[in-house]
Design a protein around this ligand. Structure first.
Ligand code: PAF
Length: 286
């Protein structure tokens, strides 16, 4: 695996790869590589391409300084994981260089700042938009890999592709869960072992209560059903039709989007913000 840091170096590598008529698979990450990332990296192996992973903790997408400060840094381990996976290139941008002429003032469609995580985290999606667009410009990938766990983020990537890079193909990989059924996330490493099972039980209970309520009443206002106690502070539990959700985020091409309902959850447990989502397709015939 070749590690590249400077902008001029990565640009030269891209020229070299393109001159050899190779395609590129890009897997952008913020490091703290876990099985969720590895599933994206492994999936990319099915595409005849050069695999490039990026590690960059993008300050523009954090609305909370503490969250940024506490973001786990495990670079040495990350490098050895990626080496074992035989990733071709690891690009670790130099902060000032990558952020120097970046613009995160773009007016995104309504949904990105008024729904789900966008509503809770001011400017989060503007920050993701800016860095991902920049990576797409620099790396010129054919394939890009993102996790279904960050469903609203996958809508943003669709938006970027639809508006700026119509040749790129996004591959959305299923959420990977640990033995407690918690969606894998770098933030999980901050949950104490003892409360992992408690955390999981809370999230499962929230999901189940809201789904049951919705299936029997058809009502989508769950606020009264949230578990309120010392360990858990829920931001939202919402059910959306996927196509409608995409439309509210300015996506025009919705014909290839399945039209299932999906439940979305964001909750703080031990002051750690966890998100999850799940298709309700299995309930469609009920
Ligand atoms: O999903 C993430 O880890 C980040 O949002 C991403 C896509 C790497 C952009 O910083």
């Amino acid at each position: 695996m070749i590690i590249v840091k400077s902008l001029s170096e990565i640009r030269n590598k891209i020229i070299e790869i393109k001159s050899n008529h190779k395609k590129i698979s890009l897997i952008p990450t913020m490091g703290n590589i876990h099985d969720g990332h590895l599933s994206l990296i492994r999936d990319a192996q099915n595409y005849d391409s050069i695999r490039i992973v990026t590690i960059f903790v993008n300050p523009l997408q954090f609305d909370n300084l503490n969250d940024l400060k506490n973001y786990p840094n495990t670079l040495e381990d990350d490098i050895s994981f990626l080496q074992k996976e035989k990733v071709d290139y690891l690009y670790i941008p130099i902060r000032d260089e990558i952020l120097s002429d970046i613009d995160n003032s773009k007016q995104l469609p309504w949904g990105f700042n008024n729904m789900l995580c966008g509503k809770m985290r001011t400017n989060h999606f503007n920050g993701v938009f800016a860095i991902v667009k920049k990576f797409f410009e620099i790396i010129e990938p054919t394939y890009v890999f993102f996790g279904e766990k960050d469903y609203q983020q996958t809508i943003l990537i669709k938006y970027i592709i639809e508006n700026y890079f119509d040749k790129i193909k996004m591959i959305v990989c299923p959420t990977i869960r640990n033995s407690y059924q918690l969606a894998l996330s770098s933030r999980n490493s901050r949950i104490s072992k003892i409360s992992l099972s408690e955390t999981s039980a809370i999230i499962q209970a929230l999901k189940k209560t809201c789904i049951d309520y919705y299936l029997t009443t058809g009502l989508k206002d769950f606020k009264k059903l949230y578990l309120l106690n010392d360990v858990c502070r829920t931001q939202y539990v919402e059910i959306h039709d996927e196509r409608l959700l995409h439309q509210k985020h300015g996506i025009k091409k919705i014909s290839d989007i399945t039209n299932n309902r999906r439940i979305f959850i964001a909750t703080y447990i031990e002051n750690i913000r966890l998100i999850d989502n799940q298709s309700l397709e299995e309930y469609d015939n009920l």
